[in-house]
Ligand binder design. Sequence first.
Ligand SMILES: Cc1cc2nc3c(=O)[nH]c(=O)nc-3n(C[C@H](O)[C@H](O)[C@H](O)COP(=O)(O)OP(=O)(O)OC[C@H]3O[C@@H](n4cnc5c(N)ncnc54)[C@H](O)[C@@H]3O)c2cc1C
Length: 366
Amino acid sequence: METQVLIIGGGIAGLSLAWRLAPAIPVVVVEAEATLAFHTSSRSARQMQPSYGPAPIAELTRRSIKMVRDISASLVAPILKPRPLLTLGTVEEVVALVAAHPGLEVIGHAETLRRSPDLHADVFEAAALDGTAMEVDVPALIEHYRSQAVAAGAVVLTGAPVTRIDATARDSAPGFTVLAWEQVISAALVVNAAGAWADTVAAMAGAAPRGLVPYRRSVAIVSTKLPVDPAGPMVEPVDESFYYRPDGGHLLISPCESVPAEPGDARVVDADIAELIGRIDAVTSLGVAGVVRAWTGLRTQPADGLPVVGFDASVPGFFWLAGQGGYGIQTSAALATLAAALITGTLPNDDHDLASALSPQRAGLK
Ligand SMILES: Cc1cc2nc3c(=O)[nH]c(=O)nc-3n(C[C@H](O)[C@H](O)[C@H](O)COP(=O)(O)OP(=O)(O)OC[C@H]3O[C@@H](n4cnc5c(N)ncnc54)[C@H](O)[C@@H]3O)c2cc1C
């Protein structure tokens, strides 16, 4: 099989890039697992929060929300809905948070309780409100990326783990021969969208690792003794040590752990969830009744916490789209657009600083 661009990884990163590239260039996506988005992309909390993350992430998130809003408007059922974020703390903590994050608003004790009446009144003084935060239907978004890419001619192969990448540059043009299960695929460019395995895939191509570390994080859906307001906010303390939000009549909760792990099929540590339930019960009157289901995924990022996006300077034709950490959903549409522009040589002048901040060659990567 021959293609122009071979994307390794069928999570949200690889599929969103295929969506942006396929109308212009032949694209093949290879995914190791039998199903797409088997790993981190199907295990998120499904939030898009402009106030969450450093400046380049905030910019990409704002752009992505606009793009996903347009996607949502084109579909039969909407996939984006407002899910305001309330960050609780002392007045001093909340004022400092709002000063550091434009777009946040300080709201007082009474207003916070009005917006989230099931909070215990004595566990906070004020809150920072991000009224622009959204909840997104991630399976529907990923399916949109996939189906649009395929409609534009992309080929998506599952059960196709890449085990070998040989550089076969000819006449100064980059080129690769890649072994994906039993398929031999020739490609001019290879994109590394392998999530937790990105440094492993880079090593196959002879590229230096970028110090990408997978960190485990869990989420549980719990039932409650009192009814949950489906339109209620997402709530977290200033130290981001846990969060919760309504989810289909239940509560979605996370202990926000960030524990280094090996790439793999991450599993829930039951004790983390049990301890978390105690903390949720200490701040709300909802009363956790039981765990409906729980899951764990890997948030993979380099030392400076920003995604790694761009061509590898040492391996011609090898492109990175990795290290999205806890931001890979909320940035997917705009990050794929930026990556596609870098690949096709059409990056707008205004985006050069943003691209430099994410470059695989930047200082700050190991
Ligand atoms: C609990 C939790 C909550 C989160 N909440 C949010 C949130 O609310 N908002 C947000 O923006 N982000 C969130 N995230 C982060 C977000 O889910 C990730 O940033 C994003 O899913 C990463 O996507 P990806 O495509 O890079 O990785 P993945 O989905 O892991 O995809 C990489 C794929 O590459 C494949 N692969 C690896 N090696 C090979 C190979 N050799 N050959 C072929 N295929 C290969 C893997 O099988 C995998 O399917 C959360 C993450 C977790 C764990």
